[in-house]
Write a protein that binds this ligand. Sequence first.
Ligand SMILES: [Zn+2]
Length: 240
Amino acid sequence: MLIAEMTMSEFAAGLEQTATVLIPFGSTEEHGSHLPLDTDTLHATEVGRKLAEQRPLFVAPPIHYGVCRSTSRHPGTVTISTETLKQLTIDIVSSLQRQGLRNFVLLSGHAGGTHMAALTDAGERLLELLPAIRIAVVTEYMLAAGEGKHLIETAGDAHAGEIETSRILHSHPQLVKGRAAKEFPSFPTGILVRDKQKFWPGGVWGDPGKASAEKGARLEQLVVAALGRLVDQLEQWSEK
Ligand SMILES: [Zn+2]
């Protein structure tokens, strides 16, 4: 049940079937010279949509902006602050809760550490604010990398590489413009740098050359299955 496409009456009827909603979080962020800026949003939205075909589940409209630190100076990246992301998350979950939803999966297609910390922080705050809810904060990329580790050939594949390129080749092949060269950047340990692109010129971390649509299809299936198990667990979660 994609909230964006539902009518008021359909939404009300949906609440009779489930109180669970998945909120896809993405980013508008460079993904090398070959993948679209919306890549992370597409990952999270796509697996939410697939899971909603298998079980009663609301999928909220995606949040297309995230906190992008190391790619903030690359062309096309549009980043928001951790404060904005945290408050936006709290506002959206609170409003959905007032609409009758109780189980929340915050699924992030963007795996940045600062971004995930802001989402986790928002989740912790929501646990305090809303006693009736259950909440999970999940990094979509980590599910793909973990569940699909037997499929992935590139050690240290992290951004716009084998995994992400395979996923988009499968879900949105028309948006893949060739293949960027493989790249494994190295940033100085501890020191924060202003000109991130100087240390990471191509904006790829991994090897897009190892990507295939078949791998992407398999990875997507594995992520959807893992997410299904997580939703089961969350819906039955009790700390009593
Ligand atoms: Zn990404």
